[in-house]
Write a protein that binds this ligand. Sequence first.
Ligand SMILES: *Cc1c(COP(=O)(O)O)cnc(C)c1O
Length: 428
Amino acid sequence: MTAPSVPADLRHPALAAADPELAALVAAEERLQADTLRLIPSENYVSAAVLEASGTVLQNKYSEGYPGKRYYEGQQVIDQVETLTAERAKGLFGMDHANVQPYSGSPANLAVYLAFLKPGDTVLGMSLPMGGHLTHGWGVSATGTWFNGVQYGVRRDTGRVDLDEVRDLALAERPKLIFCGGTAVPREIDFAGFASIAREVGAVLVADIAHIAGLIAGGAHPSPAPHVDVVSTTTHKTLRGPRGAMLLSRAEHARAIDRAVFPGLQGGPHNQTTAAIGVALREAATPDFRSYARDVVTNARTLGEELAARGFDLVSGGTDNHLLLIDLTAKDVPGKVAAKALDRAGIVVNHNSVPYDTRKPFDPSGIRIGTPALTSRGIPASEMGTVAEWITRVVQAARTGDEATVSEVRSEVKALMDGYPAPGLPVF
Ligand SMILES: *Cc1c(COP(=O)(O)O)cnc(C)c1O
């Protein structure tokens, strides 16, 4: 649903009156999100309903503890909000238990360590430059300094995880915890394969589905539920909810997870976020959401084919999900230079390391792009050729310093965006 076309100071009247400076910044961000082609795979457009829920008076309540077991009074309503949201999460993802309190994905993962590990214990996760997340035991993260992080990657020839390598590492290092999933992984995750390795070494298996939760909820990626002990997810990526996270688990781990989140790691939950997660979960259970999830994947696959046909080198040769990782080495443009030029053209991506990158993480060889946000605007697969052509022109222009082409593309992008108003944003 799209908000009606009203001036910024009428859309947020109290904010505009009390703080014109910040109101103007919010309006500017609305404009930016409306006018640009947002291809960052971890971003999206939430519905007007999710936005409304996240700006409610629920945020005025303190509710440390869990429904029925709080450290503050006045929980008549908040208990119902949290219980309803947790029930929806369990139903949608098919897990016994849901904790909907983690503030975001990184604290959720830290809670998993607290639940199952002691400092110095070994965790096996995918390395950051290979597509894993910082919190899967990477060195600069608390998870890699307080714990012994052992890291797997992808094969150089296939760009895919090699379960034989994972198993060898697991047998040699005997991790207590194994993470599967990642942040720049364009291929389906073999939850069953990881589960058999985890069982063999007696490790707790966590599926970090932060990126693909919406695809799983919408039936466009296999579910980890039958295979893993714990599911960790953010709620704001493909799932299209507010910024937040959830930990789902088998019944036997419920107590450990709950105690780790509170009082182990956090204080009061953000109740307005909990409500907005509840709204997003209700939306994610609808047929519309299933089509969205399917379209996200179709759009990514089509965009990948269109880019490959224009000489782009896709890590692993393509995608099974919502994201593409592109090695720009053959195009002779560093990832950051390309990403900056694309940004000037109104196409928002992020520069990213590619597996076996020879450049530094701060100045890597690749870019990462994804289709959730454009799919939420209703942009169909038939437009992916146009998108690929824009990317081709701008990457070429970045190499030659051709700013005229960059601004030409920018106005073409704006024209297409005007035809597909974004959920939750005003029509300009
Ligand atoms: C995004 C992400 C996270 C962290 O989420 P934040 O909310 O940014 O802390 C954790 N794991 C994976 C795989 C992610 O992609």
